[in-house]
Design a protein around this ligand. Structure first.
Ligand code: SF4
Ligand code: SF4
Length: 262
């Protein structure tokens, strides 16, 4: 797989189809990190193995990366889902990005353009794994008081470093609500109320948009299971809207089961 990715990256760069390839390379120690390859002769630095799980899609939204020119990105399923979601949100045009797609079966996927990517994502809808669903069910089985205590305990650990936000491809607003101080919607200090406000606000802003990549949970230095909040919402959306909608919470349908839409 790694050799195929390197070959594809070389072709894209040497043919001038893209000016940069975003992928995984050797970091410090045993870690991998995002790398930005701009010359075909550097493509050999790209790595693909079990450590390459970081969702790289967030880099596509950075103006420093956009300034490098048209990008190709090494994209496992969470990255493909992120790009599809960002397209629904009008953040990309078809010509903006090329993908070196990798299926869940670890095969290179031929996705000649972003519309093909959208079709591929549509054919592979987001589903919680049995383990993830079991964790959601475990929380559902709690009483409201127990669930409240669980989340208060978890969110009380938050140090408001915002690494979760920085790592999430869906958190791309130029100015986040937490930075607005006139009026100040979200309390700045890291105390129980301020933390709760921050996490509820973030979960609501990600409702129907989270691609379940787990990057926020991996980034959190204090180990809060942030993804679990969004998994609950993913399960609710699947229950209420099925899997046919690309972006259920942005779809307008006069036959919506809620009256408010009429
Ligand atoms: S799992 Fe976390 S990082 Fe990934 S899209 Fe959802 S909220 Fe963002
Ligand atoms: S990464 Fe963790 S500690 Fe930092 S703001 Fe997010 S939840 Fe809080």
């Amino acid at each position: 797989m790694q050799d195929k990715i390197i070959q594809k990256a070389k072709e894209l760069l040497s043919g001038g189809a893209v000016q940069v390839v975003i992928g995984y390379g050797q970091g410090t120690g045993d870690r991998v990190r995002a790398i930005f390859i701009q010359k075909p002769e550097d493509a050999g630095r790209l790595i693909m193995d079990g450590r390459c799980v970081q969702n790289l899609a967030g880099y596509l939204m950075k103006h420093e990366v956009r300034a490098l020119g048209r990008a190709a990105i090494v994209a496992r399923m969470p990255v493909l889902r992120s790009i599809a979601q960002l397209m629904y949100e009008e953040q990309f045009k078809d010509s903006d990005v090329a993908v070196i797609g990798i299926s869940d079966a670890n095969e290179l996927v031929d996705l000649p353009d972003l519309n093909a990517l959208k079709e591929y994502v549509r054919a592979n809808p987001l589903k919680l794994t049995p383990e993830e669903q079991a964790e959601v069910d475990r929380l559902d089985a709690m009483t409201r008081e127990e669930r409240w205590a669980f989340w208060m305990e978890e969110t009380s650990k938050c140090i408001k470093c915002y690494a979760c936000r920085a790592s999430c491809p869906m958190c791309y607003c130029a100015r986040c609500t937490v930075e607005v101080n006139q009026p100040q919607w979200i309390s700045v200090p890291s105390h129980d109320l301020g933390n709760l406000e921050w996490h509820i606000m973030r979960a609501m802003h990600l409702a129907g948009r989270c691609v379940n990549c787990g990057e926020c949970t991996r980034a959190c230095p204090v180990g809060i299971p942030l993804r679990l909040l969004n998994q609950r919402i993913i399960a609710d959306i699947a229950d209420n809207f099925g899997e046919e909608e690309d972006y259920a919470l942005a779809a307008f349908k006069p036959d919506d089961k809620e009256d408010f839409i009429r």
